[in-house]
Design a protein around this ligand. Sequence first.
Ligand SMILES: [Zn+2]
Length: 95
Amino acid sequence: MDVADAAHRQSLIGMDALDGNAIAGWLFEHFGSEMTTVTGRCAHCGTQSLIAELAVYTRAPGAVARCRTCGNVVFVLVKTRGATQLHADGFEMPA
Ligand SMILES: [Zn+2]
């Protein structure tokens, strides 16, 4: 990775990123089990990572998780009327 790539990634991840533990409660509500220790694969770059390791940004009414390797969005959580919707097209998880 060269300097430009590193800078690009830094701009995508930013300094305000949380990690997957920040949304552990929401994931637990949605899946009914502890998800932060689940390993998935980024659909963009193929990097495997724990959900706990993802770069997470919470912003009402939901949260966005990005791959720490390529900076792309891997999943989006949206809270609507008490229900949690998960859009995880960018993250391949074991069924
Ligand atoms: Zn990636």
